[in-house]
Design a binder for this molecule. Structure first.
Ligand SMILES: *Cc1c(COP(=O)(O)O)cnc(C)c1O
Length: 389
C-alpha cells in the first residue's frame, strides 16, 4: 500500500515507493537488466505503444524498477506528477529546453545560468534558428520587456551558482503562464527541501543530482520534474531520442544518498553560514555573496521563496591581483581545488567573471563548505588570507 503523501518529508524520503518489500529485502534490490521479456508478443507491443515508460517495463532506456523508485520519490518531493532521472544534470537542462523550442522560437535566459546551458542556448540552438535574449533576471519587468510573440521558453536559475542572484519565480511564472510560455528552472542549489518551484508555478524543474542529491561525489545524475502531459511528450521525444538515462546502480546510489539529504543539507547550511559570516568580518574580503546573510541585497525575496540556504557561496577579495588570488586559493589545505560541489568535501575555485550588471570583470572565489568541522574550515581560510595582503 502506498504511503500517505501527507506524512512528513523525512518519513517519505525513507519509505515512499519502497512499501513493497521484494523477498523481504529492507533496502530495495537493483534491477540490473536492460530489457524485460513477455509471454505474448501482443503484450510487448501493447507495452511499447501505450506505456513508453513505467509498468509493465519493456526496455531500460525507457524505464526500470530501480530507476522508477527514485523518480517517484523525487516527483513527490518536488510536487510534480512525474520525474525522469538522467545521466547528468546537463542532460536534464538540455532536454527541458529542447522540449519547448522549435525552429524560429525565442528563449529568455538568465545570463548567470550554468555555463554549458548558456552554450546550448546561445550557440547550439542558434544553429537551428532559435534566438535568445539574456537577462539579469532580478527585475520582472526586464523579463516582460524581453518577451516576443515567438518566445516559448523562460529559463531561470535561482540563485545562480556564482554570483547568487535570485529571480522572483512566482511572479515570472504567472506572467509566463498568461502568455503560454514554458518556464524551466534549475533548482540544484535549493533541492526540493528549500524550494519547490513547481508549487510557485514553474513548469519544468531540473537538478544536477551530482551535487546535493547525490551528495558523495561518486555519481553524476540529473533530474527533470514536470506534469504528466509534458513528461509523456518528453519521454517519447527527448528521452527516447537523446538517451542519457540514469542506470539502475546509479539510481540505487541516488536513493541511498537521498535518505541523508535532510541531515546533510542542514549541516552544509549551518557551516556555510558560519564561514560566510566569519569572512564578512575580514578586511581582506570586499563582499560575501551568501543568500542568507543579513547583508544579502535580495533578502526579502529569499525569505519569501525559500526555506533555507546552503554551503555554497562566493566572495570578492579586496586584492584583485590574479597572482595573489591564486596564491591564496592554492594555499588552502582542507578546501580542495575543484569545480563541483554538494558532496562531503569542501571545495574552492577562483574565477574571473563579468556577468551582466558588472562594470568590469572581477576575481571571485567560490567556496563550498562540506561536512568537515566549521572551525577547521575557518582556520584553513585564516592561515591563507595573509597571501591576499
Ligand atoms: C553542476 C551543475 C549543473 C550540471 O550538472 P552535471 O550533473 O554536472 O551535468 C547544472 N546546474 C548547476 C547549478 C550545477 O551546479
Amino acid at each position: 500500500m502506498e504511503l500517505d503523501h501527507s506524512l512528513g518529508r523525512n518519513t517519505l524520503i525513507q519509505h515512499f515507493g519502497e512499501e513493497e518489500k521484494i523477498m523481504g529485502a529492507v533496502a530495495p534490490p537493483i534491477f540490473q537488466n536492460s530489457l524485460f521479456v513477455f509471454d505474448k508478443m501482443d503484450d510487448l507491443l501493447d507495452a511499447m505503444a501505450n506505456n513508453p515508460a513505467g509498468e509493465p517495463h519493456h526496455y531500460s532506456r525507457m524505464s526500470n524498477p530501480s530507476v522508477d523508485l527514485i523518480e517517484k520519490k523525487l516527483a513527490l518531493l518536488e510536487g510534480t506528477d512525474c520525474c525522469k532521472v538522467l545521466g547528468c544534470g546537463q542532460a536534464a537542462l538540455t532536454m527541458a529546453v529542447m522540449s519547448c523550442v522549435q525552429q524560429g522560437a525565442h528563449i529568455i535566459c538568465v545570463d548567470t545560468a550554468y555555463g554549458p546551458l548558456i552554450n546550448l542556448v546561445t550557440d547550439y540552438l542558434a544553429r537551428f534558428g532559435v534566438t535568445h535574449t539574456l537577462v539579469l533576471g532580478n527585475d520582472v519587468n526586464e523579463i516582460i520587456d524581453a518577451i516576443r510573440p515567438e518566445t516559448t521558453c523562460i529559463y531561470l536559475e535561482s540563485p545562480s551558482s556564482l554570483v547568487f542572484r535570485l529571480q522572483d519565480m512566482e511572479t515570472i511564472a504567472k506572467v509566463a503562464r498568461e502568455r503560454g510560455i514554458t518556464t524551466v528552472c534549475d533548482n540544484t542549489y535549493n533541492t526540493p527541501l528549500h524550494m519547490q518551484p513547481h508549487k510557485l508555478g514553474i513548469d519544468i524543474v531540473c537538478h544536477s543530482a551530482t551535487k546535493y542529491l547525490g551528495g558523495h561525489s561518486d555519481i553524476t545524475a540529473g533530474v527533470l520534474c514536470t506534469d504528466k502531459d509534458r513528461m509523456e511528450k518528453i519521454l517519447r521525444s527527448e528521452v527516447n531520442l537523446l538517451g542519457s538515462i540514469l542506470h539502475p546502480f546509479q539510481s540505487w546510489l541516488l536513493n541511498r544518498s537521498l535518505r541523508t539529504l535532510p541531515l546533510r543539507l542542514k549541516q552544509h547550511e549551518a557551516t556555510g553560514n558560519t564561514v560566510a559570516t566569519w569572512l564578512e568580518g575580514r578586511t581582506e574580503i570586499a563582499k560575501v555573496n551568501h543568500i542568507s546573510l543579513n547583508s544579502y541585497p535580495q533578502r526579502e525575496l529569499y525569505l519569501k521563496l525559500m526555506t533555507g540556504s546552503g554551503g555554497l557561496f562566493s566572495f570578492e577579495t579586496v586584492q584583485q591581483d590574479p597572482v595573489k588570488v591564486k596564491a591564496f586559493v592554492d594555499a588552502l589545505k582542507i578546501f580542495q581545488r575543484g569545480v563541483s560541489w554538494g558532496g562531503f568535501e569542501s571545495l574552492v575555485v577562483s574565477l574571473n567573471v563579468k556577468p551582466m550588471g558588472f562594470e568590469e570583470s572581477k576575481w571571485l572565489v567560490r567556496l563550498f563548505c562540506g561536512l568537515e568541522d566549521a572551525s577547521d574550515l575557518i582556520a584553513d581560510l585564516e592561515q591563507a588570507l595573509p597571501l591576499l595582503h
